[in-house]
Design a protein around this ligand. Structure first.
Ligand SMILES: NC(=O)c1ccc[n+]([C@@H]2O[C@H](COP(=O)([O-])OP(=O)(O)OC[C@H]3O[C@@H](n4cnc5c(N)ncnc54)[C@H](O)[C@@H]3O)[C@@H](O)[C@H]2O)c1
Length: 353
């Protein structure tokens, strides 16, 4: 069987999970080239992972290599350009989340995939977690019924990742576009990917800049001259979908909560499901309320999920399995994010076309 040739664009933190995921399936693919605008960084990366060739310009990489697949792991503001260069260069692409800075960019990326007849997957890694698989297994078995409401929280007490993440020119926004995107997508995926129709959202920036040098975060936010903290530090939103499903979201870099907390709750006509450390189910049976926990590990495992995501991308590129997180899903998410920022700015509910 043909082994797919893979390239990596952006050799920072998350790209390691991509490369390590590809290395788990050596029978299907090999990473043959990597690229970063930072020469020192890309050289070290190539040496560390035994990647034969490195570049500082993704156009040059696409021109010189014959790549079947590319991971785009740059900061958000470079996603569109690097993804389109890779698609036009003849590769299938997995682009990290958020897909782009806004829905217009996401649309242009999907158009590039369509005109080249290539696959564009979005890095919605939560779709590949064993918690998501467990919930979908229960849904398919008819245990949850119709899902009509969900709550999604991704709260950090003092957890701005620092660097470009807090600088709107590079990130496009704060915890909404960085953290919220994961849990909005997970809830939408578990509800059957309905279309968003309207949102009401509020964003705040009360704490972030004030905590910039004094927070207890593991990340440094001291580089304020290079990257100002000019994104929101908290977002709250209500998102309505075309089938009547509504989703309540809260996400923060900085919020006065007792501790960091992530949770997605799905409410159906037959059962409710809590996804936190593990999956729990709340229902009723024979006139009694019943709480259930599946045996074994059902919580999100970062490493396993990334390995499954890379295997899913490679198998979708080979035509073995359908893509689980499409460019269209990414564009729908960007429409939600754009609408929440617009709603927050104008103080009104915003419709999504
Ligand atoms: N799925 C997840 O759980 C997850 C987790 C962390 C980050 N991410 C996403 O991954 C992306 C990267 O985040 P990170 O934490 O690895 O950031 P990072 O800053 O560690 O790495 C980004 C790299 O991209 C490089 N770069 C920027 N523009 C480039 C270009 N035009 N060509 C080549 N290289 C370029 C930078 O030099 C840098 O090395 C972001 O979009 C982020 O939202 C996803």
């Amino acid at each position: 069987m043909k082994k797919l040739k893979v390239g990596i664009i952006g050799t920072g933190g998350i790209s390691q999970s991509h490369t390590e995921g590809y290395k788990e399936i050596p029978e299907l693919c090999e990473v043959v080239a990597c690229c970063d605008i930072d020469e020192e960084k890309v050289k070290k990366y190539a040496a560390r992972y035994g990647i034969p060739r490195w570049y500082t310009d993704c156009r040059e990489m696409m021109a010189k290599e014959e790549l079947d697949c590319v991971s785009v792991c740059t900061w958000n503001s470079a996603h569109k350009e690097c993804t389109i260069v890779a698609l036009d260069g003849g590769a299938n692409v997995i682009c990290e989340k958020p897909m782009a800075m806004n829905a217009q960019e996401a649309k242009e990326m999907n158009e590039a995939a369509a005109r080249n007849g290539k696959l564009l997957q979005v890095g919605f890694v939560r779709r590949f977690g064993q918690d998501a698989d467990t919930v979908l297994d229960f849904a398919k078995a008819g245990m949850i019924g119709d899902v009509y409401y969900a709550k999604a929280q991704y709260l950090r007490r003092s957890g701005c990742p620092g660097g470009w993440f807090k600088d709107k020119r590079f990130s496009g926004g704060g915890p909404l576009i960085d953290l919220g995107v994961h849990v909005i997508d997970l809830a939408r995926y578990l509800a059957g990917n309905p279309k968003p129709v309207s949102v009401f959202g509020c964003t705040y920036d009360n704490l972030g800049p004030n905590r910039a040098n004094g927070g207890q975060s593991a990340w440094s936010v001291a580089d304020l001259d290079e990257h100002p903290y000019n994104v929101e530090d908290f977002v709250s939103a209500l998102i309505r979908f075309d089938n009547g499903f509504t989703l309540q979201l809260e996400a923060s870099f900085n919020l006065n909560v007792p501790e960091d907390h992530g949770e997605v709750d799905i409410f159906g006509t037959k059962a409710g499901i809590k996804i936190e450390d593990d999956v729990e189910i709340y229902t009723d049976f024979a006139g009694k309320f019943v709480n259930m926990s599946p045996t074994g590990k059902t919580g999100f495992d970062f490493r396993k999920a990334f390995n499954a995501e890379m295997a899913g991308f490679i198998n979708a590129s080979l035509g073995n399995t359908p893509c689980k997180a499409t460019g269209e899903d990414g564009e729908e998410l960007m429409k939600i994010i754009d609408a929440i920022y617009e709603s927050a700015e104008k103080g009104i509910s915003v419709n999504i076309q």
